[in-house]
Structure formats: C-alpha cells, structure tokens
Design a protein. Sequence first.
Length: 365
Amino acid sequence: MQVRRLELKNFRSYEAAELEFSPEINVLWGENAQGKTNLLEAVAWLTAAKSFRTRRDSELIAFGAERMSVCADVESRGRAFRIEASVQPGVRRSVTVNGVKKKTAAELSGVFSVVVFCPGDLELIQAGSPVRRRFLDGAICQLYPRYAAALAEYGRLREHKTRILRDWESKPDLLDTLDDFSLRMAAAGAVLVRTRAAFLEKLQPAAARFHRDCSGGREELTLRYETKVADPAADGPAVARCLYEDMQRHRRAEIDSRSCLTGPHKDDIAVFIDGREAKTYASQGQVRTAAIALKAGEWEMHRLVLGERPVLLLDDVLSELDETRQSFLRERITGGQVFLTCCQLPGGAVGGRLFHVSRGAVTAQ
Ligand SMILES: Nc1ncnc2c1ncn2[C@@H]1O[C@H](COP(=O)(O)OP(=O)(O)OP(=O)(O)O)[C@@H](O)[C@H]1O
Ligand SMILES: [Mg+2]
C-alpha cells in the first residue's frame, strides 16, 4: 500500500499543500512545531477518518478556517483509489472513495491502512502490562474481526463476574453463579490466549529481524507471551480447562479481594534483548529500537495475513539512536512505504525522498 499524492487544505497548520511521495522511505525533517506530525496525522486520518492524536475532528481545521479537506491518491491491493474527505463544523463529515460516498468510518477502513509509531509508544517496553496487552489486542483486532468479538465477550463476562465479587456480601445468592461465570470466562478467554500466542509466534521473528538489522546485527530481541496457561497452543477445551482450574485455585482469594485475579486480562508480553528483560536492563536506544521493532512486527503481520503491508508512519524515532540505527531507519527499511519524521537534516543517505517542513510548508529536496 502506498500514498502517492496528498493534498491538504486548512488541515491543522497547513493552509494548502500538495505533495508527491516515494513508494519507499519519505523522510520529513524540520524544527519543532513546523507541521511534521500534522502531515503524518493527515495520512493516518484517511485510513478510518480517525486521528491518532485527537477524537475531535474540529481540532483538525486550521485556526480561523471554516473547513478542512484532505485528498489522497493511494494504491492498495493493486488498485488506485482517490480518497477525498472534508470536515466542517455543523456539517456532516464527507468522505468519498473514487467519487463514491462512504457513510461510515468502517467502510473507509477497508481501503488502506497504516501502522503508526508515535513517541508515546516507547511505553510499550517499560510501562505496565496493560499497554502491551492493548498493543497485542489492537493489532489482532485489526486483522481478525472475530477476535474483537471474543475480546468484547470476555470483557462483558469479566465485568459481570466483578459485580458478583463486589456485591456478594449484600446479596449472598450471587455467589451461586460465580463458578458459571468463571467457566464462561475461561471459554472466551481460551480464544484470546490461543490467538495471542499464535499471533506473537509469527510476529516475533519479524520483530527480531528488524531489531537485529537496526542494531547492525548486534542485538537479539525475543518476545515471550506470559500467561498462566502452560501450553497456549493446546486445543481450545484444554486451554479453557487450564484457565478455569486456575480461577478455581484463586476462588477464595477472588472472593476476599472482590476482583478477578486471574485470566488473560492479566497476561503480558515479556521483552528480552540478548536474553535480559528489556524493561529492567535496556538502554534508551535499545528501548526505542525494541518498541519500533514491535510495531514493525505488526506491520509484517499485515503482510502475512492480508498479503500487503500498510503504510508505516514513524514519528520522531531517530533521537537517542546511534548512527547505525539511524541510518537503518532512514535508508534501509524495505518492503513498503515508510514516513519518518526527525528534527535535523539527516547526515547520511535517505532511502527514498527527503522533505523539509517549515512553518506549514513542505519542500521536496
Ligand atoms: N488546528 C490547527 N490550526 C493551526 N495550527 C495548528 C492546529 N493544530 C495544531 N497546530 C499547530 O501545528 C504546529 C505544528 O505541529 P506538529 O505537531 O506537526 O509539529 P512537529 O513538526 O511535529 O514538531 P515536533 O518536532 O515538536 O514534534 C503546532 O505549533 C500547533 O500549534
Ligand atoms: Mg511532531
């Protein structure tokens, strides 16, 4: 997938811009607050009329303007699409693809997709497990809509069980249904555990390859799915049984603590660099490399599952990285279109095209 041409009118800091991109790496450089992230945001927004920075479309309209519009020529699944979208307060958002109106964001999301790395994603390595679960679940949901249904079902059952655990003292009868909820959570949870384990097994080599190449062959990244289930690759009923047994072992503790203590909502991805836990031992540059590698793994998963890589948007990835890593990101990521922002004019070569961004104007160099 690739964006060939992009036209912005009154999109954030851009009054008007028209750009043509390389199918390979596009490096956007410029000082702070010049509009680099705004440009990535415009590309990402087109995938589902959704920004990675805000929920409010009105924020995307340039200060003082009444309406913004974005138009892009993209190539996806071997076909060419023109996506045109505009936002105006008080008027229904309009999106067309090849001239045909799209009513919902879901209809638009099938046209083309992106994987975004933004500075907040550095948390992937060092923050608590919810961040990594969100990454994993989010990546899987994009590729397997049925997983989203299982995840929602598990969430509903967990909420219900939590209510039982919270309210049983005032309504002791509630405890009669506790085991049944554990059983149903275990059945839904087995889908999560098996899918996540299979997904990570495929993502791991792609992330490891990226990390190895980026570090000049010096570092080995490994990912391990951390779950209570001894064999997540076992069949569904076996995994469900394992989850249920663990819930039963924690039954008393769950009643006492009034919360669901065990299940796939507690699972995690353990990240290791050269065999040591990255969370504890990795340097800043290693943390950054590993976080980008996880995203690159997600990028590759699209290719394995859907046959095509989405556009990869890397916002502000170069700082804290040594020259080996920087030059890999600038020059040598292959297999799809990449947009990368940075503050300084890159010293070495650029794999595709170089753009200078200054005060909402973009100049190809
Ligand atoms: N709706 C808007 N209208 C006009 N300008 C806006 C709007 N929203 C944001 N901006 C401005 O756009 C500017 C550039 O933002 P952007 O995040 O793209 O900068 P950047 O080049 O990525 O900088 P940094 O290197 O600091 O990340 C900001 O100064 C911000 O005030
Ligand atoms: Mg920025």
